[in-house]
Design a protein. Sequence first.
Length: 228
Amino acid sequence: MFVSSVAPLLLATLPPLPVPPQGSATAVQDLLERLIPGASANISLRLGDCAESKEPPCFSIAPAGSAQVEIIGSGASELASGLGVYLREFCNVSIGWPRGGGSRVAAPTPFPVPRAPVVRSRAVPYTYLMNVCTHIYSFVWYGWKEWQAFLDWMALSGVNLFLATTGQEELQYRIFEQFGLNDTEIRGWFNGPAFLTWSRGQNEYGAGIAGPLPRSVRRPKPSPTTAL
């Protein structure tokens, strides 16, 4: 879903995407290798100008030399989105959430080569995903393995604006400490892990709903990341 619609109000308040290439092609290549090990030998990924396109952000998919297929993106988000389009539309690969039917991933033999270059540009600057409820109802117990798969799916789907609320209670905790509140007072103000939607939506604070919030929920162990 490289082309998506977002609220006009959101578009009016956000700055346009920068034109120069952003991110790293290596990160997208790492994503491809996680999905289909060895596929990098058949698919060339790089940042640069999209052939025949005058409207960045964009991506292009075209026949290449020894790599068979070359995907070029004006930024890492566009490059990952172009990879997702190639895998879905040319390789018959499906990447999805486990509860939504999961994924169908297999390396084609050989990798299909488009007959002519495919060039696509963004119709809107931002492709937005998520809401405050889903972060708790679906993601509250996510570890790095689950987050990495979800982030990969978003990148392949062209998502470049994601609501990220994970960890906000830790920031609030530190601020409340500066106001002189103690650990019990602060943690008792938050709801429990599976009910933080109520807190984050400013609907219910300090009501003891499955609380107090454990300290470990707000301070998870650091996980390795590769930024697009």
